[in-house]
Design a binder for this molecule. Structure first.
Ligand code: PEP
Ligand code: MG
Length: 757
């Protein structure tokens, strides 16, 4: 049964739309369980369970039979959220007879709920004429099937609103949900950003000149054919006869009459060569994968490999350059910093990523750039949405493709209103960040791109609390040299002079990869990250520190920050290396001041050793993004657990407070540079806890300032004490919301930074 399970799931995964998904399920499950009926009921908007597909019951009943939760046996399965297995269904008190189904002949009934993200979306039923009890194995099979299919069904349902791209009917508005990534609303036209040679990420594009496209395609095919032949010849003496035959088989597959022929048929329907090729290859991959012969199943990866090679050639030789429209909405499966950087300055209006969540680094980057962003839009069929009109609602995490005129007008109003708020806040730029009772707190910014400096200074930033040096590293194709780094760092230090600039040493690993230094790990967030990487590579660390120190010559506004410190020796070794670089430079005759060296508190061990870390360093800075994920054991990048990532969880709040006390007990200043600092509500609590500096995306700075200027430290302190005593996140939200309403600040609660509240 395991084999059938896998092949059904594979077939379902490659089905084009919801009806096809359901058709495959009912026929294949009925066949595998050798039963008389298999049907799927799905919940509609009125919360009724509607018969959507059947193999065995009267097909006329599809779309007509509807049951509410608790009604009939199907409704009972939905209400109980567990299987119902009956050998004589008609004797059950819940049995309800629908004449249109022809159901009276079937006695045995097994129904299992289809549950996605805790919601019952439907019921999967098998029935049989002869009274019998489906055995435990069969029940387990159907439960497994349903659990595996629920995500696919949910995806197919969500994308079902989208008109078939191959049809001639015009596109219709469709809504997709994700998580809010960066605040704001963007209206624009999409461009799909895809990594090269990825068959599953090729955007659907049409071709205008069929003949030219066919020639272009055949040339690419011929090139790869020649390459594969060459490879076969080279290996001829080293491989056995069967393997040699495999090469010949590949060359054969690349024949115009084989895969090539199928692709050309699609090109003749005005589909681009890249898309047509990827579609054909993926269909063949699926066919191979669902074969029962393990040898043939293995061949799926060969076809995929071959497909990738041809695609790479097609993409390399494609001279049609991507045009980035005025208001580009960049969409893709997993966007990277370099993909954002490819969009010409001033054209990037919005971002939508299928993967990731609000604390992924792309989202952080987007916030610092002030680009409305939605992350984790898992159901977005991004490859089919190239060059379409789109609205990105970065406040609520929703995305609309081909929006109606009314929706456009509605969102245009929000864009205008936002612009108005920004203009109003601009007057605060040069005002101090001071409470009504005279307490001053500094608002600094987090940066990474050269462009961040302009926006930050326009917003009145008083320093840089976190300069993410990995960002300039990500935008290159090799490690930058000492001199290249010096220039980039100098620009940052000079732009903010005389304000302090806190430069964090290279923090890669986790979800931050350098294209030229891949780190492949089972569990990257608990792996080789941050300081662990650079201490293992002192040559990288020393070059970076030397570049920072040289860049600071004559400015003296540098502070160095060490990421992911989880033990005292890591700090000590890093300090020793920094001293070594400093002494080298002094010996070379440079006039450099030794900068303050600080520690990031972002893992629980550092919270518990904050006192010792503070005693041994010059300052602490809390990285609440990572600290939250490690305290709560919730991957900051995983959409599936995004709603468990709660920055206002009492455990997180208490850790934040303990760290302040530990740092101050050693007479050392402490700042916070996680995204939490940019949330106005959180900012009040953090100020009351005693943080000396809040460092945030420049986009949030004025809003935070405007809130702090309207409250007193005494009130904020009282609120903080009340909140710290609460047992759960919900009570924290409720208390904070009430407090904000009371002082007339609820308008400020419009999510300006998408912390999961
Ligand atoms: C953090 O973890 O809070 C932090 C500021 O660092 P990053 O988001 O770059 O991991
Ligand atoms: Mg971090």
């Amino acid at each position: 049964m395991l084999g059938s399970l896998r092949s059904i799931v594979q077939e379902v995964n490659s089905a084009r739309d919801l009806p096809a998904v359901l058709r495959i399920i009912v026929t294949r499950v009925k066949q595998t369980m050798t039963t008389d009926v298999c049907s799927v009921y799905l919940r509609n908007v009125k919360k009724e369970f509607v018969l959507m597909a059947t193999d065995g019951l009267n097909v006329e009943a599809v779309g007509r039979v509807m049951l509410t939760k608790g009604q009939g046996l199907v409704g009972l399965v939905a209400a109980r959220e567990e299987p119902v297995n009956l050998d004589q269904a008609e004797t059950h008190p819940n049995f309800e007879y629908f004449p249109e189904t022809g159901e009276e002949r079937y006695s045995a009934f097994l129904g299992v709920p289809i549950i996605h993200q805790r919601k019952v979306m439907g019921v999967l039923v098998v029935q049989q004429v002869k009274g019998r009890t489906f055995d435990e194995g069969e029940e387990a099979f159907l439960v497994t099937m349903s659990a595996q299919l629920s995500g696919v069904i949910a995806h197919a349902e969500a994308t079902g609103a989208l008109v078939d791209i191959h049809s001639d009917a015009g596109p219709t508005e469709a809504k997709f949900m994700g998580v809010a990534g960066a605040p704001g609303v963007a209206i624009g036209r999409t461009v799909v950003a895809a990594p090269p040679a990825d068959l599953r990420a090729v955007p659907y594009r049409r071709c205008d000149d069929i003949e030219q496209e066919v020639v272009f395609f055949l040339e690419a095919l011929a090139q790869v054919r020649a390459n594969v032949r060459l490879l076969g010849d080279e290996l001829a003496n080293r491989v056995n006869k069967e393997e040699r035959q495999l090469f010949d088989a590949y060359v054969g597959m690349l024949d115009d009459a084989s895969l090539g022929g199928e692709v050309m048929d699609r090109i003749r329907q005005n589909i681009s060569a890249e898309y047509a090729w990827s579609e054909v290859i993926l269909e063949h991959v699926t066919n191979f994968q669902s074969m029962s012969d393990p040898y043939l199943r293995e061949r799926a990866s060969d076809v995929q490999d071959l497909g990738g090679r041809v695609l790479a050639v097609l993409q390399q030789s494609n001279q049609k350059k991507i045009v980035f429209p005025e208001n580009t909405i960049l969409i893709g499966e997993e966007l990277t910093a370099s993909m954002l950087a490819e969009v010409p300055a001033g054209r990037l209006a919005g971002i939508v990523s299928v993967r990731g969540s609000s604390n992924s680094h792309v989202a952080i980057l987007a916030r610092s750039m002030g680009i409305p962003t939605v992350m984790g839009a898992v159901d977005l069929p991004f490859t089919k949405l190239d060059s379409r009109e789109m609205i990105v609602d970065g406040y609520h995490g929703s995305v609309y493709s081909d929006p109606s005129r009314n929706l456009l007008l509605h969102y245009q109003d929000i864009v205008d209103e936002d612009l108005q708020v920004v203009r109003t806040l601009e007057s605060l730029k040069d005002e101090p960040c001071e409470t009504t009772d005279g307490h001053l707190i500094e608002l600094w910014v987090n940066t990474g791109l050269a462009a961040d400096a302009v926006l930050s200074l326009e917003r009145g930033a008083e320093g840089v609390g976190l300069y993410r040096t990995e960002i300039p590293f990500m935008l290159r194709d090799r490690f930058p040299s000492e001199e290249e780094q010096r220039q980039v760092y100098r620009e940052q230090l000079a732009a903010f002079f005389p304000h302090p600039v806190t430069m964090r040493t290279l923090d890669i690993g986790g979800d931050k990869a350098l294209p030229y230094f891949p780190i492949e790990e089972e569990n990257p967030f608990l792996g080789w990250r941050g300081i662990r990487v650079t201490l293992d590579h002192p040559e990288i660390f020393l070059v970076q520190v030397r570049a920072m120190l040289r860049a600071s010559e004559g400015l003296d506004n540098l502070r160095i920050l060490l990421p992911m410190i989880s033990a005292i020796p890591e700090l000590e070794i890093a300090q020793m290396l920094i001293m070594r670089a400093y002494e080298e430079l002094v010996t070379e005759g440079r006039k450099i001041t030794l900068p303050p060296i600080g520690v990031m508190i972002e893992v629980p061990s550092a919270v518990y050793q904050a006192r010792e870390l503070a005693a041994r360093s010059d300052f602490l800075s809390v990285g609440s993004n990572d600290l939250t994920q490690y305290i709560l054991a919730v991957d900051r990048n995983n959409t599936r657990v995004a709603d468990l990532y709660r920055s206002f969880h009492p455990a997180v709040l208490r850790a934040l407070k303990d760290v302040v006390d530990a740092s101050h007990s050693q007479g050392k200043p402490i700042s916070i540079c996680g995204e939490l600092a940019g949330d106005p509500t959180a900012a009040l609590l953090l100020m009351a806890m005693g943080y000396d500096v809040l460092s945030m995306s420049a986009t949030n700075l004025l809003k935070v300032k405007s809130v702090i200027r309207r409250v007193s430290l005494i009130d904020a302190h009282e609120l903080m004490l009340e909140v710290l005593a609460l047992p759960d996140t919900e009570s924290v939200y409720a208390t904070l919301d009430d407090a904000f309403k009371e002082v007339g600040l609820s308008r400020m609660l419009k999510p300006i930074v998408p912390i999961n509240r």
